[in-house]
Ligand binder design. Structure first.
Ligand SMILES: [Zn+2]
Length: 205
């Protein structure tokens, strides 16, 4: 099955935070989008339900890479993780792949970034990385090279983020900073809301 967009997120909520507006927009424009969540470290049932709800709000297909129960990415050998990501890329034959960026300090996020890099050898898909998905504002060296206008889908993004109740309301964390951040990125391209991407490989047709 060939899909338009294959997006990798280390945990439930990362894709909604990093790319929710972009995913909802592309889906609304007719793209086939598959969200691959790599692992759920704990509270498996709760977080799986939240992941399903988030994907449903964005209108995207959801797949869990390390399925069957709580798993930690750091318990998987690097070569096995690369093999798993290779398998998904071969199965879906995406036109574009998006992954977490390396401008992050969460080790699981870096593990996914590093395991995604070698998938580039499998096919000449376009390849992007999205902004680090911190729960709290921290200084991050991420410099977008491309922006997606998500003005029409910012509400879907915020709705999808708040579907992850165990991660935000339950821990007293504020989700509004993601709207504010999208607003700041929107200023870069003169629109109300945007999401920034780093471009790792792009074919200009
Ligand atoms: Zn994460």
């Amino acid at each position: 099955m060939a899909v338009d967009l294959l997006v990798f997120g280390p945990h439930p909520d990362d894709l909604e935070i990093g790319l929710g507006g972009t995913l909802a927009k592309l889906k609304r424009n007719g793209a086939h989008v598959v969200m691959v969540v790599a692992s759920i470290p704990k509270d498996f049932e709760v977080r799986m339900e939240e992941a399903k709800r988030g994907a449903e709000i964005l209108g995207c297909e959801l797949r869990l890479l390390l399925d069957g129960g709580p798993r930690r990415l750091e318990d998987v050998k690097t070569c096995d993780l690369v093999g798993l990501l290779d398998g998904v890329v071969k199965e879906y034959k995406p036109a574009a792949v998006l992954t977490h960026s390396n401008a992050d300090f969460h080790n699981d996020h870096l593990l996914i970034y590093n395991a995604c890099l070698p998938t580039q050898r499998l096919a000449p898909f376009d390849f992007f990385s999205y902004h680090p998905t911190n729960c709290r504002p921290v200084p991050i060296a991420f410099h977008p090279k491309a922006y997606v206008d998500v003005t029409d889908t910012i509400d879907a993004k915020m709705h999808a983020i708040t579907a992850h109740k165990s991660q935000f309301g339950g821990r007293g964390l504020d989700t509004e900073m993601y709207r504010e951040f999208a607003h700041l990125q929107g200023r870069m391209i003169g629109v109300p809301y945007a999401e920034g991407l780093d471009v790792m490989r792009l074919t200009l047709a």
